[in-house]
Design a protein around this ligand. Sequence first.
Ligand code: DGL
Length: 287
Amino acid sequence: MLKRLDFDPPAAAARAQCIGVLDSGVGGLTVLRALHRRLPGAAMVYIGDVSHAPYGERPADEIAARCVALVGSLAARGARLIVVACNTATVLAIEALRARWPALSFVGVEPGVKPAVFLSRSRRIAVMATTATAASARLRELIDRHAQGAHVHVQPCPGLAAAIERGVLDGPELLAVLRPGCESIIAANVDTVVLGCTHYPFVEPTLRVLLGADITLIDTAAAIAERTASLWEQGSPRFETTPDIRVLSTGALGTMQLLLERCAGLEQVRVARLSEGVQKNSPSPSS
Ligand code: DGL
């Protein structure tokens, strides 16, 4: 059962208990969309750390510090279950977050190596990810655990999450960012490609053009929503909430608003600026 956080929340907004979702920016909206589809009655608060995106080109300790600040903000807004809707933050910070907040439940997002190996007919897959995720020991462990002898081509995609943050979702600029990585993936002769960054589903149509229509793309958002729902539904009646979705950005609002309007079920949600800023000193955890 989920336990109550034992600190004095600073804001009146902390009254309602909800699911907290975080990402470096707009990418986690692909997970929020799946969460809302699976749990339409659950209140959720999303923070996109737009002023620090992209995470994938930043040092690990900086990403971990940002995640601590974001989780502090989400907890202060009533979040009792946190979905780290960012592969980069999950691979680099989720263990530290779990250790710091033992009373919160966490669901992380990791590249879908296991389903990709299961679905691949040729037993050759690729993982597209940020530079930080691609270089992480955790991705290496994930591959060692689930590859079962399959060939796994890891493709870092520098600049791609940043382009999506700028609202570049198609056209020549996106093609220029995507083409080198896609050419390497084609040369690796794979039949299944893992979208190992929550930003990437937003450019799926262009990826299909570059990689070919026969490629299988793996996005784990629905599986993450299923896992979250099973944890949420284990909660006691005090976790029943009203369907209220709040979306906050630490930076610019434009791309986030644009993408919300393209996410089925979230079209009416308006993004707001996290005006008081993410807390520098997050509330002390207590078990
Ligand atoms: N959406 C994130 C991920 O899943 C982070 C992308 C970034 O900020 O570099 O990895």
